[in-house]
Design a protein around this ligand. Structure first.
Ligand code: GDP
Ligand code: GDP
Length: 436
């Protein structure tokens, strides 16, 4: 089921990133934690009571060449394009400014629900300050304080009330959902065009099932697929679409709806930081991953090039050591046909269930070979393991003292599981629990 998307909009300094961080809370991200740059994270999952959603801090989508008003206009447009509910944030201490009025004027154009929040209401005495804000014509203003964490519950209640009814867009279990993600210009659109070339039967293009995403359903060789379009690949044109942050945002939305993510790299430009970040999201989201090195035609090669490139990819994407790599050219169509069988394979592994009895044999044998850690005379005892989920395969390991399960031992168990079963292409998760 697709989670609703909430976007925070407002002029600079009203507290958008503060509120974003409050709502998101302490979610750790292995790929994105750059200390000091809070703005680096502009998209995250979040929850409130029983509601799960994704939230965007549009203030983090900077368009450095644009004048101030143009920036906030585009941020508001992104919110109107991408979100199901918009939080329009203002600053109660400064009152309504002309920039707030400007934002309001843009937001009037959308039919999407807008919740008006007045920030920096740090104590109850200040609540009167919100009444002026009725004049923005956005309904009831909600007083909040990002610094003190006040009022957020009421605000989120209102936001959640406006969530769309969950739509039944989910495809059947047997349908493989995949997407191509990557920096602008790596060749995603070209690959898609090659993919959808002559021998595929396109069942339908469903525009707007989820906002403006375009899903292409097709079948090949008896298998059904849905290709989930990212970055509006087939509707280029808006100024902000070329910004890096926006392309990441679209990639994240596509990743979330996919089973299999094709991380597309550009052989001509080599591996860049942004590639790792994008791939990291797919890994964290627990999706099956294939690394596609595109534009293989465009570089000079000898018989060592592929090996060297493989090594380089493995070095840069250590967390994706399970992901198969394919070298292709959308331009010459070289090996593009080999991608689909890989998608089938990793998709199967992503949904693989292993028998508990076999799993426990593997675990017992592993412990016998490499005894579990000890600490101050205590020994980690592993009693039993079981697979609790697929997509991605998730294992719970019951032990005496969960805190004694070190990362390195967990990694060892993961490797042993991988040696014993075919989990190529899929991340696997191990959860350690105390046996009660
Ligand atoms: P943005 O530009 O809209 O993302 O705003 P920031 O989140 O960066 O906040 C701008 C400034 O307002 C920072 O100095 C924050 O510490 C401050 N701020 C944010 N929320 C509150 C609040 O609830 N009360 C007060 N007094 N200051 C706040
Ligand atoms: P996207 O932004 O990732 O969708 O990238 P596009 O598919 O729009 O491709 C960007 C540019 O790279 C275009 O000029 C393509 O013609 C070119 N391109 C795409 N794939 C290949 C390839 O395999 N080889 C070469 N030489 N150029 C390619």
């Amino acid at each position: 089921m697709t989670k609703p998307v909430v976007a925070i909009v407002g002029r600079p300094n009203v507290g958008k990133s503060t509120i974003f961080n409050r709502i998101v809370g302490e979610r750790v991200s292995i790929v994105e934690d750059i200390p000091g740059i809070t703005r680096d994270r502009i998209y995250s999952s979040a929850d409130w009571l029983t509601h799960e959603f994704n939230i965007i801090d549009t203030g983090g989508i900077e368009l450095s060449d644009e004048p101030f008003l143009e920036q906030i206009k585009q941020q508001a447009e992104i919110a109107m394009d991408e979100a199901d509910v918009i939080i329009f944030l203002t600053n109660g201490r400064e009152g309504i400014t002309s920039a707030d009025e400007y934002v309001a004027k843009i937001l009037y154009k959308t039919k999407k629900p807008i919740v008006l929040a007045v920030n920096k209401i740090d104590n109850p005495d200040m609540k009167e300050m919100i009444y002026d804000f009725y004049s923005l014509g956005m309904g009831e203003p909600f007083p909040i304080s990002g610094s003190h964490g006040l009022g957020l519950g009421d605000l989120l209640d209102e936001v959640a009330k406006n969530f769309p009814e969950p739509n039944d867009e989910d495809y059947g279990e047997e349908v493989i959902k995949f997407s191509l993600i990557g920096r602008p210009n790596v060749g995603k659109s070209s690959l898609i065009n090659t993919f959808l070339g002559h021998d595929r039967v396109i069942v339908s293009e469903i525009a707007g099932t989820t906002r403006d995403a375009i899903d292409t359903e097709y079948s090949f060789d008896g298998q059904e697929y849905v290709m989930i379009d990212t970055a509006g690949m087939r509707k280029k044109g808006k100024v902000y679409e070329t910004t890096e942050k926006y392309s990441v945002l679209r990639a994240l939305k596509a990743i979330e709806r996919s089973d299999v993510v094709l991380v597309v790299l550009n052989a001509e430009e080599g591996i860049q930081e942004q590639d790792k970040k994008i791939a990291g999201y797919a890994h964290e989201a627990g999706k099956a991953v294939i690394i596609v090195m595109n534009k293989w035609d465009a570089i000079e090669k000898d018989d060592k090039t592929m090996n060297e490139m493989t090594k380089s990819i493995r070095k840069h994407f250590q967390f994706l050591d399970y992901a198969p790599i394919v070298f292709v050219s959308a331009k010459t169509k070289q090996r593009v046909h080999s991608i689909l069988p890989v998608i089938n394979r990793v998709s199967e592994n992503h949904a693989l269930r292993v028998q508990s009895s076999v799993l426990n044999e593997v675990i017992e044998d592993s412990v016998a070979r490499n005894p579990a850690p000890t600490d101050k005379g205590k020994k980690l005892r592993i009693y039993y393991a079981t697979q609790v989920a697929i997509k991605p395969p998730t294992f719970v390991v019951f032990v005496n003292e969960p805190e004694m399960m070190h990362f390195s031992y967990e990694r060892f168990l993961e490797n042993r599981i991988r040696e014993s079963f075919d989990f190529e292409g899929t991340p696997i998760r191990i959860i350690t629990r105390a046996r009660t």
